[in-house]
Design a protein around this ligand. Structure first.
Ligand SMILES: [Zn+2]
Length: 392
């Protein structure tokens, strides 16, 4: 049997569309929405005339899982909402001083492993437990009791007090993007957007060859692109992703540009020998609030001859600058959320401490002073953490 190549696939005449990655037609059960940018990192736009349900759930899913993994820190720390209500998995991180933590999907950092310190003072035991979970704390108290006969568990539980703590050492992050799976997902983003422009798969042969070749050594049709900044109106104060595709008959090519989280950028050589109409399509989104953005991608800033694009051994300064900008935006988002969380938690804990329903809206006048004391006491760890911070 003759193998179908991408050249004979693509929308057939008439109204039946074919999957861009296999010979199946896109009709009935086979039709599925494909996210142009993976929903795990905050993409919303879906296309329906691109790939079939099978290709979506086999290849697409594993490629996108790698994108989700590579950008998990940014998605979690910035509070990106996953599509369809899912939550991000926890991410293990470490501070510069070596403390192991987990970043939860609610953007709260917790200890990766609970910590128990028992200080035998001769006539009494002093126990310090660090954990984010009251149940774990109780289990650990019981364990201490087994090791120390005579330890009064009931009394310890009665006298137990809890305190929030904040980082006093910066997180140590290492980061890289790209590679065979995430690279394929980013190339696929371009093709998904192209499926809406009327471009034909035969004009996208180079990118499709890459997606169809499962070998990890298949030559990637893209560059990590920092030769020029093609984003004409680059957002500086919020996160964004964008995918843009352009048909340039004057250069006989179709190009794609993908940027995630303001810094992870690739330029894709999608197809050569392009002789159709000039066109451009762009999708850009703020992954935190899901807002679609109008962003101008200027492909005239790409060298006319793609062979002139340099692949530097070391990441160029533009990469570090972009990474720094993203870090600043994520930190600012994170600071606001940590503050809001600390204040609301201190307020409800204080209500509980004075015997009121934590959902109570009003504090009776005679309890106001007491509530305020409890509130400020509980807010202290947060206030101290802010005072320790270097000024911004
Ligand atoms: Zn398919």
């Amino acid at each position: 049997m003759k193998e179908l190549s991408s050249e004979v696939m693509g929308p057939a005449p008439g109204k039946v569309n074919r999957c861009w990655l296999c010979p199946r037609t896109l009709e009935g059960e086979n039709v599925t929405g494909e996210h142009v940018i993976p929903s795990a990192i905050g993409g919303h736009k879906e296309v329906f005339k691109f790939i079939c349900r099978t290709c979506n759930s086999t290849r697409g899913t594993s490629w996108e899982a790698e994108v989700a993994r590579q950008f998990l820190w940014f998605s979690s720390a910035a509070g990106v909402k996953r599509g369809r209500g899912g939550t991000h998995p926890d991410l293990k991180v470490q501070t510069a001083s070596g403390e192991k933590l987990r970043l939860q999907s609610d953007t709260v950092l917790v200890l990766d492993e609970p910590e128990v310190k028992v200080n035998d003072l001769g006539d009494k035991l002093e126990i310090t437990i660090r954990t984010n979970n009251p149940k774990t704390a109780l289990n650990l108290i019981n364990k201490v009791a087994r090791d120390h006969p005579g330890f009064d568990v009931q009394k310890a539980v009665r006298e137990m007090s809890t305190q929030d703590s904040y980082l006093d050492s910066p997180l140590a992050l290492s980061f890289r993007y790209g590679g065979p799976d995430a690279g394929r997902s980013m190339v696929k983003s371009c093709l998904a957007l192209l499926s809406e422009t009327g471009a034909k798969p035969k004009d996208c042969a180079r990118a499709l060859r890459y997606l169809e070749d499962p070998s990890p050594d298949a030559p990637p049709p893209f560059w990590l692109f920092f030769d020029a900044d093609v984003v004409a109106d680059r957002p500086q104060d919020h996160l964004y992703h964008c995918v843009s595709v352009v048909g340039q008959p004057k250069h006989r090519r179709i190009l794609g540009y993908v940027e995630f989280f303001n810094f992870a950028r690739i330029l894709v050589r999608i197809g050569e020998d392009y002789e159709g109409e000039a066109f451009q399509a762009t999708y850009a989104v703020d992954p935190v609030d899901g807002r679609e953005l109008a962003i101008t991608i200027d492909f005239d800033r790409v060298p006319p001859n793609l062979d002139d694009i340099k692949m530097p051994k070391e990441p160029p300064q533009m990469y570090f600058d972009a990474f720094q900008t993203t870090g600043n935006i994520v930190n600012a988002n994170n600071r606001d959320r940590v503050r809001a969380h600390a204040v609301s938690k201190a307020a409800t804990d204080a209500l509980r401490a004075i015997g009121l329903d934590p959902a109570a809206e009003d504090v009776p006048a005679e309890l106001k002073d007491q509530w305020q004391n409890e509130f400020l006491n509980r807010l202290k760890p947060y206030i101290w953490s802010q005072l320790r911070r270097p000024p911004e």
